[in-house]
Design a protein around this ligand. Structure first.
Ligand SMILES: [Zn+2]
Length: 504
């Protein structure tokens, strides 16, 4: 006879074990949540060195374990606590599976922005104050009082914006060209320069011993309306800003137009190497589509890369003499030529040529236009094999389409030193040098920086001064910088009108 065990007893046993396991799990979970007392991590994204009229704060709060319940921002001064309401800019939840029911529905990462200053807190007084940022998560630590962390910063409070005094008088700027303004700022200024439309050109100390006397080379980029206002801007560590005008006159310039007839032969030779050297560029399926991808989107991306590379500039002028143009070269295309590209009689693209195309003979030695440091020496999209030299204070020169590169990143080069040989790598229709002068990554007209060709006074070129100091006598102004920051010559070379198609 088979043994019969009471059914009910077995059922109770299993249910009991199951209940016990669930209870144990809940108990462990409570224990874990209650045991963790750590608050979220708080970080100020922008460096805040003081509070002013309306100081921007960018706050990042992260919590790897729990959800963020609350973030508060307050300014404490004279025993009072003055609250500022932050705005959530970005909110993220840590990813977790559907069955992890205990995981928080609250964000695990928050980016907030706020402004704290007299505008937001009218009671705020000049002097000192404490900025307090508090973040609370949903852990059950501290007897269910949540995990909390605080970031405290003792800061100066300043409401008076920086003072600006312009030392140079009249400034003349060609559209697409540059000029320089010298000015003084009051102590505490952390950023100053010239704002022209969307472009900001930072200033540099004239001497390291006098950080408040500054010079800013600025451009009127070729694509800006000449009526766009140029202003001097200074900001202090408390976020206060002064905007000041200065005397200048802009000379509008008419740039050349040019038509380039694309051939299969040219595209077959130029485009595939660029594609193979630029791995993030997808094949568009046809030769013409690939050309257009290189000529448009890639060109635009490289313009952005040039702005990023401009950050690698030295804080002082590395050159003393004027820039030199490739010797005995024929100008085949000039600055800001507006190019229309046709294929089989159809207009397929428009682009602007932001440099000079200089041709000598095949594989001619290419020389550094001035003293500087190599910051790029490799294949560079449309420019093929390219070298970029930094000359300091945001001034850089680019040499494109080289057949060979003779320098490496970090090399100090001298004016006239061979840095490679001309070629037709990249988007080039024939052997030539593509030469660009960049100011803070923005292409500017090179003719202003060159010595006039055929000049017999090469060592003492007839340069226009970058403005003239209003107060200081001329003798003193020539001491302004070791650089002798003099003007590029104004006006173009006679050959500027010579435009040949088929070049990049
Ligand atoms: Zn070119």
């Amino acid at each position: 006879m088979p043994e019969v065990r009471p059914k009910s007893a077995e059922g109770v046993g299993r249910l009991g074990v199951f209940t016990l396991v669930v209870l144990l799990a809940v108990f462990l979970l409570v224990l874990v949540k209650a045991a963790s007392r750590q608050g979220p991590a708080i970080r100020l994204v922008n460096p805040v060195k003081g509070l002013g009229q309306s100081t921007p704060l960018e706050i990042e709060v992260r919590d790897a374990e729990h959800g963020i319940r609350k973030v508060t921002v307050e300014v404490r001064q004279g025993g009072k606590s003055l609250a500022v309401v932050p705005q959530v800019m970005r909110s993220e939840r840590a990813p977790h599976s559907w069955w992890q029911f205990w995981k928080s529905a609250l964000p695990s990462s928050l980016t907030l922005s706020a402004r704290a200053g007299r505008r937001e807190i009218p009671e705020l007084q000049e002097g000192r104050a404490t900025l307090v940022i508090t973040a609370v998560n949903d852990s059950w630590g501290h007897l269910f009082r949540d995990g909390q962390s605080t970031l405290t910063l003792a800061l100066p409070v300043r409401f008076t914006p920086p003072r600006l005094e312009v030392l140079t008088s009249q400034h003349y700027i060609n559209q697409g060209g540059c000029d320089m303004v010298v000015f003084k700022v009051s102590p505490g200024t952390v950023e100053s320069g010239v704002q022209v439309g969307r472009y900001f050109f930072p200033s540099w100390p004239v001497r390291s011993s006098q950080p408040d006397t500054r010079l800013a080379i600025f451009a009127y980029p070729y694509d800006l309306d000449p009526s766009t206002p140029a202003r001097l801007v200074a900001r202090d560590d408390a976020g206060n800003e002064t905007v000041s005008s200065f005397n200048y006159r802009v000379f509008p310039k008419k740039f050349h137009t040019d038509t380039i007839n694309l051939t299969d032969e040219f595209m077959n030779r130029a485009v595939p190497p660029i594609l193979s050297q630029t791995p993030d560029l997808a094949d568009q399926g046809s030769l013409l589509k690939n050309f257009l991808e290189v000529n448009g989107p890639l060109r635009a991306r490289q313009a952005q890369q040039l702005i990023e590379l401009s950050q690698k500039t030295a804080p002082e002028f590395l050159w003393k003499e004027p820039f030199i143009q490739l010797g005995n070269s024929k100008v085949e295309a000039s600055f800001a030529d507006y190019r229309t590209y046709t294929y089989n009689g159809q207009v397929v693209d428009h682009q602007v040529h932001l440099g000079y195309d200089l041709a000598v003979t095949q594989h001619t030695p290419v020389v550094a236009a001035n003293d500087g440091v190599v910051i790029y020496a490799a294949y560079f999209g449309i420019y093929g094999n390219a070298v970029i030299i930094d000359h300091g204070c945001g001034v850089q020169t680019l040499y494109g389409h080289l057949s060979s590169i003779g320098v490496k990143v970090g090399d100090k080069v001298k004016r006239g030193q061979t840095i490679g040989h001309s070629g037709q790598t990249g988007l080039a229709g024939g052997d030539h040098l593509h030469f660009t002068v960049l100011l803070d990554g923005i292409p500017v007209n090179p003719t202003e920086w060159w010595i006039p060709t055929g000049s017999t006074t090469a060592s003492r070129p007839n340069w226009r001064r970058f403005g003239r100091p209003r107060r200081a006598p001329l003798a003193r102004s020539s001491q302004l910088n070791e650089s002798r920051a003099r003007a590029p010559r104004r006006g173009g070379r006679g050959a500027e009108g010579c435009v040949a198609p088929g070049r990049r």
